[in-house]
Design a protein around this ligand. Sequence first.
Ligand code: BG6
Length: 492
Amino acid sequence: EFKDNTIIVVFGASGDLAKKKTYPALFGLYRNGYLPKDVHIIGYARTKMDEEEYHKRTTSYIKNPTNDPEVAAKIEEFKKLSSYVSGNYDDNPSFQNLARHMEAIEKGYKIRGVNRLFYLALPPSVFVPVAQHVKVCCYATNGTNRIIVEKPFGKDLQSCRDLLSSLKQSWQEEETYRIDHYLGKEMVKNLLVLRFANVAMGAAWDKHSISSVQISFKEPFGTEGRGGYFDEFGIIRDILQNHLLQVLSILTMERPVSFASEDIRDEKVKVLRSIPPIKREDVLLGQYVGANGKPGYLDDDTVPKGSVCPTFAATTLWINNERWEGVPFILKAGKALNEAKVEIRVQFKDVTSGIFKDISRNELVIRIQPSEAVYLKLNTKTPGYAFRAIPTEMDLTYKRRFTDTNIPEAYEALILDAIKGDHSNFVRDDELDVAWKIFTPILHWIDGREGPRPKPSPYPYGSRGPKELDSFIEKLGYKRGTGEDYWPTTNV
Ligand code: BG6
């Protein structure tokens, strides 16, 4: 663990990711006393700016809505431990300058040995040159070095392999922390506990009890100005292949031998290897069109004319192992939908027929965001004289049950893990490889490499998705329960 003598360098310090996520997360950790003692943060980017401008940018997303003086004072302290270096991403003198800046800070250390954490909040085009220059010019020989990188990790299996092997020329696997920020979310981390610390849950966790599983991601806004980036990737690379597949792997893996990171990641890889590449008939694609005064995807100026890039996708995955054979896992994600929600919906099978008619199925819902919750739809006798079953819920809504708990932001949790040297919630090289194997064939088809590009089905901005969605899910045996509408989305 990095306790003393730590420098964190944020590359891309003037960019969007750093401003919105990295710096607020670093501040959150600092404020709560989780950053190493005497830590120093260095922002690095091409932009030439003075320290005042740098501080203004890096603190612009730190929230202090009530103008709490204690928070304001912490922000001032936080500025003092941070400095800025501007330079290029592809030449040695710039990185040598950065190295000198680090050494000047490190001269003041009382104990020997330095810790350097390099956070690459950068576009993919400069990933590799920066990683290489850092290795050549800024790598500490008298201490520990770690590097944090973010998606996109390539665009398909081959490009991912190329990228990984370029990075590996300078950085070893144990020095590398690949972020998938969904792994830092509280409810995603909770999956291991829910599954393996509860006999009641573990016993029903297979094809004998479970009929289908849906993992869905819904955002109520479109690409809005980010269309240029998005169009090159599409919703499958943006959300399904990484975030939702990561959730799926933890939801379905076998019990790890221990909570050591390699034990967990071994099990994730194993279950992912049991998933064959997705078939075209198991895919539904959509693209939003303007509605209710909101622009369609193609109305975004940054999107190429006539683009058929999907902004919605539902895909069915199958796991060929003894536990899960025959159970459909539906991953679905969309932009510009009717609500903001990420949830896992595990639907159990029908009860043995005979004594009940038209009875709802049990369903376990794990709501990742907003308002973290776990609830189980359960049939119960209507209270009173009648003997009838009605669907109700056993509800664990975090805001009600854990009233005073502060749930850390995903990026806070992950940066802290990297400081501690814990790889459990980062993506290993072989995990990425197998994730791309599952998605590459349909991505090549969607990209038009194998003939005409498939046309996504249009859906209005603000709707639930393409009209074919309900039949796509129902054909896999999913039954809409009668209790569905009773349960509000955000019930607190
Ligand atoms: C990012 C995607 O990885 O995740 C974005 O590139 C998406 O398109 C975001 O909006 C969603 O993250 P969160 O934490 O808001 O659910």
